[in-house]
Design a protein around this ligand. Structure first.
Ligand code: FRU
Length: 497
């Protein structure tokens, strides 16, 4: 304890002066050991993109995902499947849904149909119902506009096997080619299922009594909010705010994100079972980093809103330098809605969506002492002064990743310009920036570090950044660089258990 504190204090004052540890490259170094994350879900092999159908059932969290098992680039989409009892360790399961004559299996959601409203349950077993887009590639190639339609499938054995509904598709496109990613919730006040659907430049809401017969209720988003690209993967979440239900609509968009490429914005407002009324038309980002996309939340977890995002960006997802698999998921994050005191009277910016790693996940770390050549998996800094600082991870091959704060600009940044391999994409070697969204005198930071990713949660998750990096050799040294002590007594370091 004493050792690491004094080491850190030394670092604060010595700036760049700390000793370089000369670590030789691991002779057994290969793509797998270099880039396979320690605590982020990846498929054993093949391509992965969006998380789909996430649901909790009888002690198991289910994560389905966009998957092409036969290649490491995007291809005919299946739903892969993984389960976890603790949101930390995931076990990959057999593929849940295969493409068929209606099309590939694109993104969507899953619900537990407790009251068997769909009639798909049997012998008293409530069905798990998956609702997803089927993309008919020959239709797209022929220049048609009717190739994205919504289908359902059900499982009576807790997600192990799935049967596609005989009457698919259950919701046909009105000849709009971007018509996808259904996320369904049960809306208790109106006793209806509500589907949020991404339709090019807006979200449409549909309702159904039975998950089969869908009626359009309303739409939102045309000419409002961010429109640098196509809207995808919406999610409608509710938060209990002192007894009042406040709704948040997540909308992923590609491209047009704050640091280029794909990113997720959110809208706060009221939803009455028919229409969503936003409180403000300000543009807000759930995560400012370049690598958190298509994030949606778990179903059947009570009051909690637990999100997992796809930790990549469509700008380069297909070409990142992993060999056996492509893409990882973010750690599961708890979303909360907070009210900003200084804005109580105006709705503009009154509510902020904040994220932090789920508490189950935080228990998966053990505290370690500070050694400059032991890279922590998590760094927590409490009560940091809002002064310039940089946390630098480096190796002896002149590669370094920097996460820092620029006080004058009130900006956090992640600099991966020299972090390692970047020749696979022109824009990858860049500095991503994010505004500080708190006026508090001091700040707290929690940073998660895996082999190829950094996730920064600042000010209780008000500013979040997720970014990938690919060093040619593992980072072997880390240091905090700052002119003044930023928080000498409250830095805690952890290693993943
Ligand atoms: C988002 C997305 C979805 C689509 C899926 C296809 O990343 O483009 O809109 O359903 O990926 O794999």
């Amino acid at each position: 304890m004493h050792f690491y504190r004094s080491f850190l204090i030394l670092c604060f004052f010595m700036a760049h002066a700390s000793v370089q540890s000369q670590v030789q490259p691991d002779a057994k170094l290969n793509n797998e050991s270099l880039y396979r994350p320690r605590f982020h879900f990846t498929p054993k092999q093949g391509w992965m993109n969006d998380p789909n159908g996430m649901i909790y059932l009888n002690g198991q969290y289910h994560l389905f995902f966009q998957h092409y098992p036969d290649g490491t680039v995007w291809g005919p989409m299946h739903w892969g499947h993984a389960t976890s009892s603790d949101l930390v360790q995931w076990k990959e399961q057999p593929i849940a849904l295969y493409p068929d004559s209606i099309g590939m299996i694109f993104s969507g959601s899953a619900v537990l149909d407790k009251n068997n409203t769909s009639g798909l349950g049997r012998g008293g077993i409530a069905p798990l119902v998956a609702i997803f887009t089927q993309h008919f590639m020959p239709g797209e190639k022929a220049g048609r506009t009717d190739f994205q339609n919504q289908s359902i499938a059900y499982s009576l054995d807790e997600g192990k096997t799935w049967t596609k509904y005989a009457g698919n598709p259950v919701l046909k496109t009105p000849n709009l080619k971007d018509f996808r990613d259904p996320k369904v919730i049960w809306h208790a006040p109106s006793q209806k299922w509500i589907m949020s659907l991404a339709v090019a430049d807006h979200v449409e809401f549909y309702s159904a009594p039975d998950l089969i017969n869908w009626t359009k209720e309303s739409e939102i988003g045309k000419n409002l909010f961010a429109h640098g690209g196509v809207w995808e993967c919406p999610d409608l979440l509710s938060f209990n705010h002192f007894g009042k239900t406040i709704w948040v609509l997540l909308v992923s968009m590609n491209p047009g994100g704050p640091n280029g490429g794909s990113a997720t914005q959110y809208i706060v407002g009221d939803f009455d079972g028919h229409a969503f009324k936003p409180y403000t038309t300000d543009i807000k980002w759930m995560d400012y980093g370049p690598d958190n996309y298509a994030g949606v939340t778990f179903s059947n977890v009570g009051d909690r809103n637990i999100l997992i995002g796809w930790m990549s960006n469509w700008n380069y997802a297909n070409v990142v330098p992993t060999e056996k698999w492509r893409s990882a998921m973010t750690v599961p994050r708890e979303l909360k809605l907070i009210e900003q005191d200084n804005n109580k009277n105006t709705n503009s910016n009154r509510f902020l969506l904040v994220s932090s790693p789920v508490k189950e996940f935080m228990n998966a770390f053990t505290e370690i002492g500070s050694k400059e050549n032991v890279i922590p998996n998590r760094i927590d800094i409490k009560d940091a002064k809002t002064k310039d600082f940089e946390i630098v991870l480096s190796n002896t091959y002149n590669e370094k990743l920097i996460v820092g704060y620029h006080a004058d600009k009130k900006q956090f940044y992640i600099d991966r310009t020299k972090a390692g391999v970047s020749n696979f994409n022109k824009g990858f070697a860049a500095v991503a920036v994010a505004p500080r969204l708190s006026n508090a005198t001091n700040m707290d930071l929690s940073i998660l570090l895996d082999k190829t990713s950094i996730e920064l949660f600042a000010d209780g998750g008000r500013t979040v950044m997720t970014a990938l990096f690919f060093p040619t050799h593992p980072y072997t040294k880390w240091e905090i660089i700052s002119k003044e002590k930023i928080a000498p007594d409250s830095i805690n370091l952890y290693s993943f258990k």
